[in-house]
Ligand binder design. Structure first.
Ligand SMILES: [Zn+2]
Ligand SMILES: [Zn+2]
Length: 167
């Protein structure tokens, strides 16, 4: 879960690729990560820019959500870009936007965790075409139909409803 920066640390312009795998249990409390499937893979590069080391890349994972309309489980692949600047602790001119590191390793544990929290969608649907559940009887209208709909519709509106159903 750490990037070894031994090779880039002392050479301005040097670049190093990395690929790290995380488990959700390493990053989150138990009740926070139900939506995340292992592994969480972070790939990217470290570039020595003189005073700073620039770390950037992408976090890839598969997330599990319950559809907001039909409540069925569905899976989404998520790719989250990340970017952070690191400076060796003890150096002068540090600012809030810069994360400090010590020694010859950079930990991106916090960076990955925060990126995941920010990327979590508030609402998801299994498909844009999901018909959801019948508000009356709870039937999953993707799988079957129910009788509720027909019963309540005024015959004069039936033609309109048919048009809507086709959408
Ligand atoms: Zn759905
Ligand atoms: Zn129904």
């Amino acid at each position: 879960m750490k990037i070894n920066i031994q090779q880039v640390k002392n050479h301005i312009g040097a670049k190093q690729n990395f690929r790290l795998c995380f488990s959700a249990a390493d990053l989150f409390e138990k009740d926070e990560y139900a939506w995340i499937n292992d592994p969480i893979v972070a790939t990217g590069e470290v570039i020595n820019e003189g005073l700073l080391l620039k770390v950037s890349g992408t976090i890839d994972l598969v997330a599990t959500f319950l559809c907001d309309r039909c409540l069925e489980k569905h899976f989404i692949s998520i790719a989250i870009p990340f970017f952070e600047k690191y400076q060796e602790s003890g150096a002068e001119n540090s600012s809030d936007e810069i994360t400090l590191y010590q020694g010859e390793e950079i930990t991106i544990h916090d960076l990955v965790r925060e990126s995941l929290i920010l990327a979590k969608p508030l609402k998801t649907v299994c498909s844009e075409d999901c018909h959801g559940l019948c508000p009356k009887c709870g039937t999953n209208l993707n799988i079957s139909t129910c009788a509720c709909k027909k019963g309540v519709i005024d015959p004069r509106l039936a033609a309109l409803q048919q048009l809507l159903d086709k959408k």
